[in-house]
Write a new protein. Structure first.
Length: 123
């Protein structure tokens, strides 16, 4: 799954969209499904978040098979000021997380930080 999301990240970057945070996390041990977390500068406005959400969901549908899509519980697009985003930005890019300490009150059972960069902005 991580390699597939790395391809999605590469496509985002190819489209000249800058990314501050891109992560996939399993935070619910009962469902064993992924949460996709995306953040960038300029996402304070709800209209912009909706536009980026639709863009991201379309990339996921285009790049993942039906079984992989079923393994995703949620897709979140957040402004940089979001508490979860701020906690995750403390982790380095390309980091694997297992049974970590709580992040924003949630235990990450498995996670991958595909991008973590506080100096970028969304075009």
């Amino acid at each position: 799954m991580v390699d597939k999301f790395k391809k999605i990240l590469a496509e985002i970057e190819k489209d000249k969209k800058e990314v501050s945070l891109f992560a996939i996390l399993k935070m619910d041990e009962l469902t064993d499904r992924w949460s996709v977390i995306f953040s960038a500068n300029g996402l304070d406005e709800e209209t912009k978040r909706k536009e980026v959400f639709e863009y991201l969901v379309n990339l996921i549908i285009k790049n993942l098979g039906e079984e992989d899509i079923k393994s995703i519980a949620r897709v979140g697009v957040f402004p940089l000021s979001n508490h979860l985003v701020q906690d995750l930005l403390k982790y380095n890019k390309n980091l694997s997380i297992k049974e970590s300490t709580p992040v924003n009150g949630n235990i990450i059972h498995e996670g991958y930080i595909l991008e973590s960069n506080t100096t970028t902005s969304l075009n």
